[in-house]
Design a protein around this ligand. Structure first.
Ligand SMILES: NC(=O)c1ccc[n+]([C@@H]2O[C@H](COP(=O)([O-])OP(=O)(O)OC[C@H]3O[C@@H](n4cnc5c(N)ncnc54)[C@H](OP(=O)(O)O)[C@@H]3O)[C@@H](O)[C@H]2O)c1
Length: 236
């Protein structure tokens, strides 16, 4: 690992979730590459983001080029386009961590959890990309419009992967967003995080909440301190 933080390519980075993530990671000092089906649209979205002091500039390009340019690749596209996009970036993400935030929502019943044949969207992603890429799932339960504001966000982030080192790297990336990322086990556990989004949508509607989040209770302080120490030592 180099001294500078990894660059992050966000596929679908012109959208609600991708745009919020791009702004926060840029502020935290990561080089960010916004991917889009339209390089012009990506360039416009990149120009609108203010990077942190001294941070590398934010760039925009086509999805496959963005995936090739980033050290870590984050997928933030609607579930209906998940397979198509993964097929398009597959060659470019070999040897990389792919963070999948896709929730397998099936409109119009987005308040009802429905998981795909593979068990979760994240497992489907791993099946499509194959062993050449390491899929880590995260960020399913954070409301995009909250990321777009500077205010603290009251939500934990469940991070799942079969590869512990990759999971640790993404826990650190979540921390850079100003959120608490938690090791939540293997990729199969992504089913729980993905399904929780439909629960949160239902709660938002029923109680008129502006983006309900999740909190894991219990005394996690020591383990979180260990995670932070690993980050600082360059282990995550
Ligand atoms: N919004 C949230 O609060 C939130 C929270 C957690 C997780 N998620 C998940 O994150 C993902 C993105 O959500 P979002 O709300 O950011 O979505 P979005 O704004 O509707 O779309 C994100 C981007 O996906 C690209 N896209 C749209 N249609 C496409 C198509 N047919 N083929 C390829 N790319 C297409 C677009 O980029 P270009 O037009 O530039 O190509 C768009 O800007 C979803 O899977 C969602 O479940 C969302």
């Amino acid at each position: 690992m180099t001294d500078s933080p990894p660059s992050i390519a966000i596929i679908g980075g012109t959208g609600a979730l991708g745009g919020g993530l791009a702004a926060r990671w840029a502020q935290a000092g990561h080089a960010v590459i916004i991917g889009s089906r339209s390089p012009d649209k990506a360039a416009r979205a990149a120009a609108a983001i203010e990077a942190g002091a001294g941070a590398p500039s934010v760039r925009g390009m086509g999805n496959a080029e963005a995936a090739a340019a980033g050290d870590i690749v984050v997928v933030t596209v609607p579930y209906a386009n998940h397979t198509t996009i993964l097929d398009q970036i597959g060659a470019a993400v070999r040897g990389k961590i792919v963070v999948d935030a896709t929730v397998p929502l099936t409109p119009p019943k987005v308040g009802t959890a429905r998981l795909p044949e593979h068990g979760s969207a994240a497992q489907a992603a791993q099946a499509i990309l194959g062993a050449g890429a390491v899929v880590v799932s995260a960020l399913h339960n954070v409301a995009a419009h909250k990321l777009a504001k500077a205010a603290p966000i009251d939500c934990d982030v469940l991070v799942c992967s079969d590869d512990e080192a990759a999971r640790a790297a993404v826990v650190a990336l979540v921390r850079a967003l100003g959120l608490r990322g938690l090791h939540a086990g293997p990729l199969a556990n992504s089913a729980a995080a993905e399904a929780l989004t439909s629960v949160l949508i239902t709660i938002n509607r029923r109680y008129k909440v502006d983006g309900a989040g999740i909190r894991i209770t219990g005394d996690l302080a020591d383990d979180l301190a260990d995670d932070l120490a690993d980050d600082l030592a360059g282990g995550g």
